[in-house]
Design a protein around this ligand. Sequence first.
Ligand code: NI
Length: 183
Amino acid sequence: MAIRNIRYDTDEVLRKRSREIEEIDNKIRELALDMVDTMYKYDGVGLAAPQVGILKRIIVIDPGTGPRVLINPVITKKSGSQTGEEGCLSSPNVFGNVDRPKNVTVEYFDMDGKKQTLKAEDLEAVILCHEIDHLDGVLFLDKAYDVYKLSDEEIEAAKREAEELERKEQEKTKKKNKNCKRK
Ligand code: NI
């Protein structure tokens, strides 16, 4: 397994349409695992193959429930709407609001070549739409409004703040656990 190089949004590869995968062989499985590693390395919640320079229809996501690999994903149903802030590993430090469906159904093949159906809502639906857009050469910035960019320092400060919050939460939980033990 390896971390792959991320392509940034001026790279033409991100504007091309990816090809369907005809055979799920070891090379595809290796690509999928590398993409999962790369997504985690850069704190992403999703990654599409063109973002690592490969024009094949494969995405990986993790909405907080663990990694999932989707090969030849197709959105077969959409309903409702939601608006939320998005970012992209190919556009570091840039954020903007995007309107997306609230619910989507996606059909895809898993790493064993089995056809699967995923019904997703909220954040998971957003991630699926964002990543599947990448396979058609579409970037979230094409659809985003109220776009803004943070400096590296601002990103670092926000990360520290989030970590501090998490630390406090963990302390609270620890205390609670202690209290439980005493009883
Ligand atoms: Ni993206």
